[in-house]
Design a protein around this ligand. Sequence first.
Ligand code: SF4
Ligand code: SF4
Ligand code: FES
Length: 420
Amino acid sequence: MGYDLNMRVWRGDATGGGLQDYVVPVEEGEVVLDALHRLQATQAGDLAVRWNCKAGKCGSCSAEVNGKPRLMCMTRLSMYEPDEVIMVTPMRTFPVIRDLVTDVSYNYEKAKEVPAFAPEPRRKDGTYRMQQEDVERVQEFRKCIECFLCQDVCHVLRDREGKEGFVGPRFMIRVAGLEMHPLDTADRVPETKNEYGSGYCNITKCCTEVCPEHINITDNAIIPLKERVVDRYYDPIRIIARKLFLGARGKGEAMAEQFELKNISVDAIGEALVRAEHYRLLNEPEACESICRDILAADPENREATIKLIMSITDQFFGSANPGVNEPRELLAKLDDEFERTYFAGLICEREARAHLERGQYRDFAYDGFRDAMELYEKAEAISPPNNNNAILRYNSCVRTIRSKNLEPPIPDDRELGLD
Ligand code: SF4
Ligand code: SF4
Ligand code: FES
């Protein structure tokens, strides 16, 4: 049954405006956007209101209804009492263009700041593969319709003139979707801390409450991103060690980008190689990696440093900050000896497979990795120097792991994955 709805609608533009009262006849089952369209058609032909799909999918009709950020096309009038005044105002966080239409271009500028998806190279058979649980984890973030209601409600964006410092919940979602993508190789953790301003969010969860796609923005995206930043930059053991041994630092020195790397002399390379090996044996691959980079800066073709760098990077496959397989594979090109190139290519595959196993997932990827490694070890064996059985030793180790862990080949799957 129809009735007369009392509406209060904000009218005005960037120079100012105010609320105007209207009485609009509405029908049962209608939404706020229907009432505004009738208002536009019968009483206020110049009312500006942005919409497209009227199905909750384009994210255009965002506004505030009785002070709460909502999609107007998904807000049923039956949620309110028939005699209740329904107040419709533009999103408060963004500058008004006219009436209910706001300028959301801030969001498009922020979108440009997030580096795009950077997939690892395709596998040898030309495909990419992902575990279903990884697909599901990032799928939640891809439901975003860019309505910017979460940006509107976020007090950090509302309260900060110019919105500098924090990209807001919508783009924390975007970053999380990329950072958690199992095929992505880019590292966005430094930007998450600095440019994107993850520290500004104090987990009030207001953004999660208004999301029409029911994305769990805080628990599933922002908190995991904050944890990654904390793991990287606020490890308490490192902080204590710095305080004990280095004393207080000036605030201006906190930005790593301000420091210049120092060069080592060519004469010091022999000693540096010994130290690099020492740190590897102490299970400190990052320290070994750093020394190898210093050696290669002084002597770019140094074979031993190249090999140690490959080893120290692949040592880190087993940690939470997996550096990815791209760089070690690229380093292989620096090795002149074909046996070494082939043997270490096998080692990279094997170590990647072992890292998959250690994380308790990707058993079929692990199987593929071991098989790739074994193929490379067999090739290396055929060209190995006399009395060098390293390739055989590694081959046998792969065979024993496949047997003891009961690893099996993946089930063939011809489906293509959407990977943008
Ligand atoms: S939880 Fe964080 S991002 Fe979400 S509204 Fe609150 S401060 Fe903003
Ligand atoms: S995360 Fe939710 S509220 Fe934020 S823009 Fe996407 S769909 Fe809208
Ligand atoms: S008109 Fe598309 S979401 Fe409302």
